[in-house]
Design a protein around this ligand. Sequence first.
Ligand SMILES: Cc1cc2nc3c(=O)[nH]c(=O)nc-3n(C[C@H](O)[C@H](O)[C@H](O)COP(=O)(O)OP(=O)(O)OC[C@H]3O[C@@H](n4cnc5c(N)ncnc54)[C@H](O)[C@@H]3O)c2cc1C
Length: 472
Amino acid sequence: MSNLEVKTRTDETAILQNQDIKAFEERLRGKLFRSQDEGYDQARAIWNAMVDKRPALIVRCSGVADVVESVNFARKNNLLVSVRGGGHNISGSATCDKGLMIDLSAMRAVHVDPGSQTARVQGGATFAEVDHETQAFGLALPNGVISTTGVGGLTLGGGFGRLSRKYGLTADNLISANVITADGKLVTASAKENPDLFWGIRGGGNFGIVTSFEFKLHNVGPGVLFGPIVYPLKDAAEVLRNYRDFADNAPRECAVWADLLTAPPLPFLPEAVHGTKVLFIVPFYLGDTKDGEELLRPLRRYGNPIADAVAETPYVTTQRILDDLYASGSRNYWKSHNFTGLSDEAIDTLVEYAGKLPTPQSDILIFHLGGAINHVPPDGTAYPHRDLLYVVAPGGRWDDPAQDDAPVTWVRECYEALTVHATGQSYVNFISESTGREKEAFGTNYDRLVDVKNKYDPTNLFRLNQNITPTV
Ligand SMILES: Cc1cc2nc3c(=O)[nH]c(=O)nc-3n(C[C@H](O)[C@H](O)[C@H](O)COP(=O)(O)OP(=O)(O)OC[C@H]3O[C@@H](n4cnc5c(N)ncnc54)[C@H](O)[C@@H]3O)c2cc1C
């Protein structure tokens, strides 16, 4: 076994002595992977296959003690650190070259207290575990729309999904978090304890490793009204205008997302439609099904849909239904824009670029936000985008590295064409570039985030993110 060449936080390479690695390994309960170990390649893989990095060491932490050991080992040896939650971040910030990857994926426990309607969730859990455990009690936490996404990264960036118009961001439902800060200490962040850190981790990430989150839950389901109404692309411009008029005024119980895509071979679509470009309008209604059907009538009766698969659906199914379409291991490049409204011109641009989708898996997704999210002031938490109604994300997705150019170019061009209609800011969790987009992501909250960073991570140990650079 030879000593290891590692990357340091000061952008240098250094040699880590074998006996130091061995001593570190002996202090762990979880597993330490070196590049020659069986399982190393699976451990370093993340959701976006565009990012192919080789950490010098990967620690699969089994609990808080391993996280503390790892943070102390990294700090003392000046190692470059990445933190892996669910591994979904498009920029690949969960991994690094030649550094130490602190992998939380074995820390997935979820404990629900039905009496207080709260859950304690470990830092490496995914929303599949959260939805499973909470729905056993008819409860739910607003979160994303793909169940394999990690609770860690999504919550620390804000986090929105179909329940967010009613119950706010995932981060808005955070009661407290246990955080291992750069000095290896465990601190609790809540409204009462370390409120500056509590403010910062609700949208600002960056300050430490969250080993567990405590969330407020809500009564949801088990059934909700949900499903796609599908139109041919030729009708998309007029259908999206009707969609916009409906969504602008929808009650908070209702979130209607839309997607411009190539039709997958879904059983409710006629075979002739498979592989053609289509618009999915996907309502989600929380409440009495009859009330929902009445409310959704103007959407469902509009134009000449190819299919209407809106039906009462188990909430857990709505959360998993897209998992296969967005499975791990493909190449992905995204950008996103925030919108306070969708003008006719913006809609025409979306339809124009949907006509040029570069690969069958690529799409343009419209997230319907607002509602309870916008009832928090922009400086109420680190997540600043409290005036939006829509986030639009052109997403390039493909498998063959030889095809990289076309989808990346298409995403960039679509993003550029939409810029004039958008707010100029964007969601930190949808940024493909690994860093450098902080002002756009954190807006007017950036300076206050620097104060929090100066206090909890003054040497920038946690730097693989849209980085809030300390100034001390
Ligand atoms: C298919 C897909 C669908 C998505 N849908 C949605 C959606 O509907 N709504 C939405 O809001 N977002 C959505 N996202 C974006 C998602 O919020 C981000 O990708 C998020 O960063 C994922 O978190 P993760 O823990 O899985 O990722 P990771 O890549 O593991 O982590 C992301 C960042 O957070 C840090 N991090 C992770 N866990 C912790 C922790 N416990 N403590 C400290 N730092 C941590 C990592 O270091 C990294 O910098 C989606 C992403 C994908 C790939």
